[in-house]
Design a protein around this ligand. Structure first.
Ligand SMILES: Cc1cc2nc3c(=O)[nH]c(=O)nc-3n(C[C@H](O)[C@H](O)[C@H](O)COP(=O)(O)OP(=O)(O)OC[C@H]3O[C@@H](n4cnc5c(N)ncnc54)[C@H](O)[C@@H]3O)c2cc1C
Length: 569
């Protein structure tokens, strides 16, 4: 845009400043103060209510404290520093010996220490308290808003426990180390450390989604449950973890193994880090290519049932993808609303411009729907062991929520970024980091198509999933005619189309929207639920955010989004 084509208008809220002699020294006017010194939890009304409602009120104090800390300038700075100073791989020492270590910035370690101390990697396993998954989901959602990269090893460590339990003796040995709330980043044998972290290695050069194509081999050592692994992994995140659940081909077929960085007799295992990926985002986290040269490993579960074993881990990381995607949307919304409350254009604060109100309200509705669906999924994880229906719901809703929230977050974050104008595109703001992070959740732990095909698989092979979905949707039957009609049309497709792979995205999207609409009817303000249903289900919406066709009470919608900076903590 040329200077002459811009419309210039008075800036009503611009702070007054002394005139400066030199243009470059002029005090910045109409710029927005950083969003800092606020409580990420208390300023999120939807999350606060969800924590109470879903039986996680016992963790309120901890979540409040973490929410306060993550809003401080110190925690925000750690997030920036950990991403600006990428991890560095040292393959060899100065004498030419293999070293295979990754060195991180101190801020990475600070972030990891806080997350481990808050038991983001272990809470449901150690507490067993009702609502522990919801409590953890809230903690994780807040953490991902500040710095998402380091939640990768946190999530993998948490999730690995579910699979490790297929090998009870091994689990008995490793769980106490995993459940420790001490972060011990030393590269040392696990038995010498005060706390350990776990990663995952499935993806190989020739296939990530199709892990059955793995060519890494496992040779059994005598008749023991120990093996030697030879092969590679094309993506292996957080290679400084202490052990990895990996897949390899054993005589009976694809099998899951625990492969530690050090052998039980205290020697470095033959786990060679070839290089780190140069990634578009997720820069604080190291993602590597690794090779195994007869590396020692212990089998986990039955030989030949590797996918069935490791899927327990994968399901939990998929939950975390949904949590993080909701977190990214929430943080993007908070930044956009904060900006619009402070920045003026054309004689008004942006938040008072009708079209910006449409955009912000639409983003807020999307973020609320994401949080509710994510929490509903965490609730299912809390109850599946005791409740058959929740088990079936969990089976299918994990794929639905992972697909839909991860699909929506890049678009949502991109639109929120634009609310900040040019400042949103500059690295000093957190928006570029959120934007680069967002597509990742859709790729790993089962990319979009893979998730939708998994929905079909669940519907076709486990009829209880159809019943569980319908029961969830019928919980609000009669509350809104448009939702009733929508649910009826999907209900007719659930069994009939379970084999129609071509339509899998369409069906999964509609299931997600129906679940979100039902949740909004139950837990959101009537105005928000009404706009969600009108726009997402009844067609009163364009293809971009900011195309709500009827006015909503924006103040009401946005009042719970982020408190002004001066709000009591
Ligand atoms: C930053 C990062 C970190 C990662 N960390 C790890 C890690 O720690 N451990 C690990 O094991 N992996 C890791 N991965 C790998 C990731 O899980 C895979 O990239 C992902 O599973 C997809 O596999 P792929 O890259 O081989 O793609 P492909 O499997 O080749 O898939 C390519 C595309 O085809 C689609 N597709 C696949 N099958 C079908 C089908 N039947 N029908 C229709 N479409 C289909 C997929 O949805 C995808 O869009 C990481 C990836 C990234 C980007």
């Amino acid at each position: 845009m040329t200077a002459s084509s811009r419309q210039i208008s008075p800036q009503p809220s611009a702070p007054s400043s002394e005139p400066a002699d030199v243009i470059g020294d002029q005090a910045a006017q109409n710029q927005v103060p950083p969003l800092t010194g606020y409580n990420l939890f208390l300023s999120d009304r939807t999350l606060v209510q969800a924590v109470e409602r879903e039986g996680a009120g016992w963790a309120r104090e901890q979540i409040t404290e973490l929410g306060r800390f993550l809003g401080t300038e110190e925690a925000q700075r750690w997030g920036f520093e950990a991403n600006e100073n990428k991890p560095v791989l040292h393959t060899h020492d100065r004498l030419g010996n293999r070293r295979d270590e990754v060195v991180f910035h101190p801020s990475w370690h600070n972030l990891m220490r806080i997350s481990v101390a808050n038991r983001l990697h272990s809470l449901p396993w150690e507490s067993g308290r009702p609502g522990a998954h919801v409590a953890r989901a809230a903690l994780m959602m807040l953490t991902a808003q500040n710095e998402a990269g380091h939640t990768c090893p946190i999530s993998m460590t948490f999730s690995a426990v579910a699979a490790l339990r297929a090998e009870p003796e091994l689990a008995a040995e490793w769980e106490p180390r995993i459940l420790s709330s001490a972060y011990d980043p030393r590269f040392a044998p696990a038995q010498e450390k005060s706390g350990v972290l776990l990663g995952m290695g499935m993806t190989e050069k020739q296939g990530g989604s199709d892990v059955r194509a793995n060519i890494t081999r496992a040779e059994r050592i005598g008749s023991s449950r120990e093996y030697l692994i030879t092969g590679h992994k094309w993506f292996c995140s957080a290679p400084m973890c202490d052990a990895f659940l990996i897949l390899a081909q054993a005589p009976q077929g694809l099998t899951c193994f625990l492969l530690p960085r050090w052998t039980p007799d205290g020697k470095r295992n033959a786990f060679h880090i070839q290089r780190l990926k140069d990634k578009m985002g997720n820069r604080s986290n190291a993602s590597s290519e690794v090779e195994f040269v007869r590396a020692w490993a212990h089998v986990v579960g039955e030989e030949g049932r590797g996918v069935q074993t490791i899927i327990e881990m994968v399901n939990h990381t998929r939950l975390d993808c949904a949590i993080a995607a909701a977190g990214l949307m929430r943080q993007a919304l908070a930044q956009a609303v904060h900006h619009a409350r402070h920045r003026a254009a054309f004689g008004k604060l942006l938040i008072d411009q009708p079209l910006m109100r449409n955009v912000l309200a639409d983003l807020a509705i999307e973020s609320e729907a994401a949080t509710l669906l994510m929490i509903r999924l965490a609730h299912a994880f809390d109850h599946w062991e005791r409740d058959e229906r929740e088990r079936a719901f969990c089976r299918v809703a994990t794929a639905i929520a992972k697909y839909w929230l991860c699909k929506r977050s890049p678009m949502h974050v991109g639109e929120a970024l634009e609310c900040l104008g040019g400042n949103g595109y500059v690295e000093e703001s957190v928006m570029p980091r959120l934007y680069r992070e967002a597509p990742l959740y859709s790729i790993w732990e089962g990319s979009g198509n893979v998730m939708c095909l998994d929905v079909l698989r669940a519907l076709a092979k486990e009829p209880a999933t159809v019943e569980a979905l319908l029961a969830a949707l019928q919980s609000t039957a009669g509350a809104d005619k448009r939702l009733d009609v929508y649910v009826e049309s999907i209900g007719n497709r659930l069994s009939a189309e379970a084999g129609d792979k071509y339509a899998a995205r369409d069906l999964t999207e509609k299931l997600a929207l129906a679940l979100q609409a039902s949740l909004m009817l139950r837990y959101s303000s009537p105005a928000m639920a009404e706009r969600f249903i009108a726009s997402r289900l009844a067609g009163q919406h364009g293809h971009a955010f900011g195309t709500l066709t009827e006015e909503v009470n924006v103040e009401d919608i946005l009042s719970g989004v982020v408190e002004p900076l001066a709000a009591p903590k």
